[in-house]
Design a protein around this ligand. Sequence first.
Ligand SMILES: Cc1ncc(COP(=O)(O)O)c(C=O)c1O
Length: 359
Amino acid sequence: MEWPNHGGQPETMRQLFKMEKDREILDFSANINPLGPPSWLKETLRNHYDTITYYPDPTYLSSSVSVANYEGIDAGQVLVTNGGAEAIFLVAKYFEKGKALIVHPTFMEYERACQHYHIDVEDVFYEPKNGFQLPLTSIREKLTKTDVIFLCRPNNPTGTIVKEEDLRLLLEEGEKTGTTIVVDEAFVDFLPSSIPSLVKWLRTYSNLILLRSLTKMYTIPGLRIGYMMANEPIINALKDEQIPWSVNSLAAALVPKLLEDTSFVEKTKGWLKEQSQYVFRSLTDLDFHIYPSSVNFYILQDKKKNTNELFQFLLRHGILTRHTHNFKGLNGEFIRIAIRSKEENEQLISVLKKWRNES
Ligand SMILES: Cc1ncc(COP(=O)(O)O)c(C=O)c1O
């Protein structure tokens, strides 16, 4: 069977599993904030309707300045992109024909982008027995022949977080070996405030590139907004590679407004804390194997029965989760599940109870 590459495709799954057209599907496969978009967004989009009749400012100055102010860096260290996805491909272009390390299981677009730009990729794997910690020794051994390392923090799909001290060590050694560390922080906004972004390190390490997405937190994957942060020479080089006007004018106009809405982010963190406590407690009571995640998704394995069968059981009961067949190192042995609204999470737990009772 040809599994879809990404989550959030209920219609494709409906067809793949030959489900009736009117069968309702709750989508736990996409890791998007269920609280969004923010309530003011529709009206603001309407108010900015006229901007679509003009080309956007090709330098995206106003959005870059708002990102810089929000992050406490210079506008020259920011590049606004058409979602985190464009940022990933731009970074790969920067290392065209070079050598990369990708730490798996992780978001598959790093690999696709590297293939696209003829980058020679070596795979390394997080250590599941150690809660998906970084395979530090094996990475350090490879540094001298590595131009770039792709890391996702918090990591998709595991929801785990590479330790700061491990990263610091890699950045310091990477400065000597000419290795850049790309850290995709697409889900960083979901973390508790006690685990901050690495943005403060941009001042210290010129070999650090950070990637961000606004589509997850604000529930706007269709609008496409992200940005990257790095030292000015890297940002300038990447600007030259970016397709002109790649961020549309509505998306660009929204950047300052989204970043100003810190109360929406706080509300999201409150929901996440409450709901993840409920979900993780219930799953542990039901004897499922889960890894501690600090973000809005987690991976789960059934210790007692085949997880693939569980995936299909959930789907038959109208719950779509994310298969892991195309995550290297997971190979379909887990499913990734999003944390959704209270009602949806309760529905998930009740179907999982049914699965347990029928097992
Ligand atoms: C880790 C990670 N980075 C980047 C992206 C791309 O996000 P977007 O292009 O919507 O900003 C995704 C999307 O799923 C992701 O999971």
